[in-house]
Design a protein around this ligand. Structure first.
Ligand code: 13P
Ligand code: SF4
Length: 311
């Protein structure tokens, strides 16, 4: 419609005026993905945020992702369309609980690895960060003589243990979106497409992961789909991914993984962002991500270590 075209043009004008860059996660709605300067997974977005020379970063994703951009860019303005776009994994590991756990288990001398889906307060308490795109690499580089505590995603942690053969103690957090896929729901769609390959995100449960031909980060799903020797591919992750995959692998028939209740699954946090809110955050330069400098500095060290170790 004319109004959505106007909105698009207004966003592009504001982006120029503000010297802003628009970064979007693969789970954002199609209209936001299509106007972004870069669309990717948590790892790609962290590198882009680190590299940019824009004055303003408009981050379309969830809060911890925008916060990560701010951690590496203390002097830039980082805005997000909706400051309430959280993440169930972040919620499952409050910084004060982790701090208490580490204090109560001091004798263990844990090497703490935090999946990037957590607050800056949690990042500040750990030794290194990882994403789904580099978790295996980062765990393989952990000191061999120290026990590992992996926070906050127990499902991703279990997958990394299998991949690396390294034992880890796992914080019992989960992504509310990915645990909705079940063995029954995936077996059902597989029976409808018997020749299809299945690609799943490592935040899925072990039972679902075992049904997948490939387990990987959202960005790595692109190469998997492009190179797959079959047309039908069942994609077991948040539904926004389908828009990105359809653009990158147009000759494939991409089928959203269903849950027991729905044909596909949305992250309501990711979907809080809209074109109107993106427009408004560029216009008003708020809401902004702000961080106490001591936390930011302590969170930056493990983040930079990750960016270095995963090159
Ligand atoms: P990726 O880094 O693989 O895109 O995952 C982010 C995420 O939030 C998955 O739920
Ligand atoms: Fe967090 Fe899950 Fe949403 Fe990803 S899909 S942002 S892990 S709640």
């Amino acid at each position: 419609s004319t109004t959505s075209l106007d909105l698009r043009e207004d966003i592009l004008r504001l982006k120029k005026e503000r010297n802003a860059v628009i970064l979007a996660h693969n789970y954002q709605t199609g209209d936001i993905q299509d106007i972004a300067d870069y669309v990717g997974d948590s790892l790609g977005l962290a590198y882009r945020a680190q590299e940019t020379d824009a004055d303003v970063i408009a981050f379309c994703g969830v809060h911890f992702m925008a916060e990560t951009a701010k951690i590496v860019n203390p002097n830039k303005t980082v805005v997000l369309p909706d400051k309430d776009a959280g993440c169930s994994l972040e919620e499952s590991c409050p910084a004060d609980e982790l701090e208490k756990y580490l204090n109560d288990n001091k004798e263990k001398n844990y090497y703490v690895i935090a999946y990037i889906n957590c607050s800056a307060g949690v990042k500040a308490l750990c030794d290194v960060i990882c994403t789904s795109g580099n978790a295996v690499k980062i765990v393989n580089k952990a000191p061999a003589d120290r026990p590992i505590l992996f926070v906050p995603d127990a499902n991703l942690g279990a997958w990394v243990m299998e991949q690396t053969g390294r034992k880890m103690d796992l914080w019992q957090g989960a992504c509310y979106v990915h645990v909705e896929f079940t063995r029954e729901s995936i077996n059902k769609i597989k029976s409808e497409y018997p020749d299809a390959l299945v690609v799943a995100h490592p935040e899925c449960t072990t039972a679902v992961r075992l049904l997948a031909d490939e387990v990987c980060s959202t960005e790595k799903m692109i190469a998997f789909c492009q190179n797959a020797p079959v047309k039908n591919i069942i994609v077991v992750t948040e539904s926004g991914m389908l828009h990105r995959l359809q653009k990158e692998a147009p000759d494939k028939n991409l089928i959203a993984g269903p849950t027991d209740r729905c044909a596909c699954n949305d992250c309501h946090f990711m979907k809080m962002n809209t074109m109107q809110k993106l427009h408004d955050c560029l216009e008003k330069l708020e809401p902004q991500v702000e961080l106490p400098e001591d936390i930011r500095k302590r969170a930056e060290a493990p983040l930079l270590k990750m960016l270095e170790q995963s090159k």
